[in-house]
Structures are given as structure tokens and as C-alpha cells.
Design a protein around this ligand. Structure first.
Ligand SMILES: [Zn+2]
Ligand SMILES: [Zn+2]
Length: 146
């Protein structure tokens, strides 16, 4: 029993380390499982889900659920309270997440409230698109084809 507990603590720590190292993007459960396999510390899916849910509840992680019931993405957040106040942009190519933590965000929410009487709730909201790097890559590829 003791040993099982030790193993669990170790694998949880490795999952958390992985999430911290990848804090600029949202990772999927399959990424975590693959990483753990590479580290030769296999974990089962249920354990990973249970641990991630716990971290989401503690607000250590943000959970993004793509529409159409696609797999969820998880991202480590350093300042959870701030992330509730802005939207996030996720690159659908590389998974990178950009925090829309700027004055424009204030402008949008003020406009939405004053003109539409709507209080924006940013929690878990994410907009999808293509990041700067990936759109440059795409352009390069198009040029090559030509
Ligand atoms: Zn944020
Ligand atoms: Zn990208």
C-alpha cells in the first residue's frame, strides 16, 4: 500500500512538471500519457483524468473544452485569478495559448456591457485561430508549392 502511494505521488509530480513546462499551450490527456510512457512511468487514463480534475478544481489548471465534444485541453496557470478576466486565444495548429491580457480586453468587456448590456464571463472561454508563427509557416509552404 505504502509503495503504491509513493508511485502515485511520483507520477503526479511528473504530470505537474510536464504541465508547467508546457504552460504556454494547452495539452491533451493523450500528450500526458505519451510523455509518461516515454519516461517509462506509465499511468492509466483514469488516474490522469482524476488528477487533472483535481487540479482544475484547485484552479491550478484551466480546462478548455472544444466544441463538438472534442477532447479537452489543459493548461497550467500561474495567476488563475487574472485568467478569469480575459479571453484566451488558442492556435489550432500548434496548441499555443495566448492570454489576451491587455487594455483591449477591458475595451471589449466595457463595450459589451455598455452597448449590449451583457456581462462577459471569460472563464473557460477560448477563441481559436492560427498564431503568428504558424501563419508564417503556412505562407512559406504556399510559396514553396508555387
Ligand atoms: Zn490567461
Ligand atoms: Zn501556432
Amino acid at each position: 500500500m505504502e509503495r503504491k502511494h509513493e508511485y502515485q505521488t511520483k507520477s503526479r509530480q511528473m504530470i505537474l512538471d510536464y504541465l508547467i513546462r508546457n504552460k504556454d499551450r494547452a495539452v491533451h490527456v493523450s500528450d500526458i500519457i505519451r510523455h509518461m510512457d516515454q519516461e517509462e512511468c506509465s499511468v492509466n487514463k483514469t488516474t490522469v483524468y482524476r488528477y487533472l480534475d483535481k487540479l482544475v478544481a484547485e484552479k491550478t489548471l484551466m480546462k478548455y473544452v472544444a466544441d463538438k465534444g472534442e477532447k479537452a485541453g489543459y493548461q497550467y496557470v500561474e495567476q488563475p485569478s487574472r485568467c478569469q478576466k480575459h479571453l484566451h486565444l488558442q492556435c489550432s495548429e500548434c496548441g499555443k495559448v495566448i492570454h489576451l491580457d491587455c487594455d483591449f480586453m477591458k475595451e471589449i468587456s466595457e463595450h459589451i456591457l455598455s452597448d449590449h448590456g451583457f456581462t462577459l464571463c471569460c472563464k473557460d472561454s477560448i477563441l481559436y485561430g492560427v498564431c503568428d508563427e504558424c501563419s508564417k509557416k503556412e505562407k512559406k509552404q504556399k510559396n514553396k508549392i508555387r
